[in-house]
Design a protein around this ligand. Structure first.
Ligand SMILES: [Zn+2]
Length: 489
């Protein structure tokens, strides 16, 4: 179910889960929400009252003080059982549970790697079932991806005046109530029909979109809805009222953007000649090369170490002179410091910024073993909360950068031609590292958040190399002293 906010999806899950357990003795159920308070809230405020307030369901509650009726787990008298779990930071609490029915609530906020762990709980159950629901964000979100593979049922509203079937979008908002797109006559959201976009998926994967127009409580206070249509940003109205995904076209990179930024003839330069004008800077982002890389964001594809070198030319354009992904045998992390050191020498890189965290050990070796000057080989950590764009943290001995702002800056400068890549043929292997980046509204913080569907190591390596060049040229210093984040949005 792809829903707007406050359309009753959690209540629906409560009704479905209680009834399913009562009518299917011995059946196992798992309810998962991103946060602990959501899972507990569901158990206490939705599931429990539904059981207690029904004279029939109530008979399944064990009598007296009972171990079997807890906040996190409940067992009905007929043997049906329930787990109520959360999985925002980690899915470890869910590993090993065996159930037949998996309910995911607010699925858009669950990390994709955790979803695999959750689904695994039903892998040994014959006739297992999955119920996914949430409020969509972008087209790259897993909720939207699942919906695309479902029947994609839409509630079309039929106009009583001209018989036109109205798809539910922002155009139905009239001055005093919903109106028909064709004749502008008033519409009754109850008069309609489910229409499947993908009927051949009927027996495999059902999908429904539920909007706030379909909630009688929302429609009873139509003026509020009208106000939202006038005051909400379009992305928020799409997500929260219409249950529609929204792509912010300007904020992300397309394949065309990357190819347009490629130089027609300039090739990758493994050895950069001495007469190259600008100071060569480098960026390194470490990847483990493993399929399930243990990284904070949780890549489900292989993540590789990437190095990018480049220099600002006299027009202020950052020319990427060299890029490399350490694949196959080269994904051996022990060997990489030596290779990286040679690359830095061959490209005449004066300054290098490298990913802290996953790369901390390798970075130590670059300095202690390969003799790089710690003021020229610096580490960087990405932060979600820091207000300043970039800041040197003396205690931690590394730069802290605002992750969001780095994404905004690099994307904008690629689009505006301030960053230039080598030829298209040579960039082919790196394009998805740029196009997999997407932006969505983080509901918990109410701000933009950049994430990625495939590894984006090249994006980060380029970001570090580019920031190093801007810092060296004194272009970025004003942001260090006087951060003005608004100018980027
Ligand atoms: Zn009409």
């Amino acid at each position: 179910m792809k829903c707007g906010r406050q359309v009753g999806k959690t209540t629906f899950i409560g009704g479905h889960a209680t009834l399913h357990g009562v009518t299917n003795p011995g059946y196992g159920h798992l309810y998962v929400a991103p946060r602990g308070d959501q899972a507990k809230g569901f158990s206490r405020m939705v599931f429990d009252p539904m059981m207690r307030l029904s004279p029939i369901l109530r008979r399944q509650i064990p009598r007296g003080k009972n171990e079997a009726w807890q906040l996190g787990t409940k067992v009905m008298r007929n043997g049906s059982y329930y787990y109520f779990k959360s999985a925002y930071h980690s899915a470890d609490a869910i590993r090993g549970i065996t159930v037949g029915y998996v309910y995911k609530d607010e699925m858009q906020d669950l990390v994709s790697d955790h979803q695999a762990v959750i689904d695994e709980c039903a892998s040994n159950w014959q006739d297992s079932r999955f119920f996914n629901s949430g409020t969509p964000k972008t087209f790259s979100n897993l909720l939207e991806m699942k919906f695309q593979r479902s029947t994609q049922a839409e509630w079309f509203i039929k106009c009583g005046h001209c018989n036109f079937w109205n798809y539910q979008d922002e155009k139905l908002i009239g001055p005093k109530g919903l109106i028909c797109k064709r004749c502008q006559g008033d519409l009754d959201a109850k008069q309609g029909s489910w229409v499947m976009g993908n009927p051949e998926r009927k027996d495999i994967h059902q999908g429904f979109r539920v909007t706030q127009y379909m909630n009688p409580n929302v429609m009873a206070q139509y003026w509020k809805l009208k106000e939202k249509s006038e005051t909400y940003p379009k992305v928020q109205f799409y997500n929260e009222v219409l249950g529609l995904s929204y792509a912010e076209g300007d904020a992300v990179l397309t394949r065309e953007d990357v190819l347009r930024a490629c130089h027609p003839t300039r090739h990758i330069m493994p050895v950069v000649p001495a007469h190259t004008s600008g100071v060569v800077t480098a960026g390194v982002d470490y990847g483990s090369g493993n399929l399930m890389a243990k990284r904070p964001r949780g890549d489900s594809q292989r993540s590789f170490t990437v190095i990018v070198c480049g220099a600002l030319n006299r027009h202020g354009v950052y020319e990427v002179l060299y890029l490399k992904k350490f694949k196959g045998l080269e994904s051996d992390l022990d060997m990489q410091p030596g290779w990286i050191s040679s690359i830095l020498q061959n490209t005449r890189a004066k300054l290098c910024m490298a990913d802290w965290g996953f790369g901390a050990v390798q970075n130590r070796r670059m300095i202690n073993e390969f003799g790089w000057n710690p003021s020229r080989f610096v580490e960087v950590q990405e932060s979600h909360g820091q207000k300043d764009f970039i800041k040197w943290n003396p205690a931690a001995n590394r730069y802290i950068i605002n992750r969001n702002e780095m994404f905004v800056r690099v994307i904008e400068d690629i689009k505006k031609g301030r960053i230039q890549f080598p030829t298209r043929e040579e960039m082919e292997d790196f394009v998805t590292d740029f196009t997999s980046v997407y932006v969505e509204l983080d509901g918990m913080r109410n701000e933009r958040r950049y994430d990625h569907t495939f590894p984006d190591d090249t994006f980060h390596a380029l970001g570090y190399a580019y920031l190093m060049a801007l810092l060296d040229a004194g272009i970025l210093s004003r942001f260090v002293i006087e951060p003005d984040s608004n100018s980027f949005y």
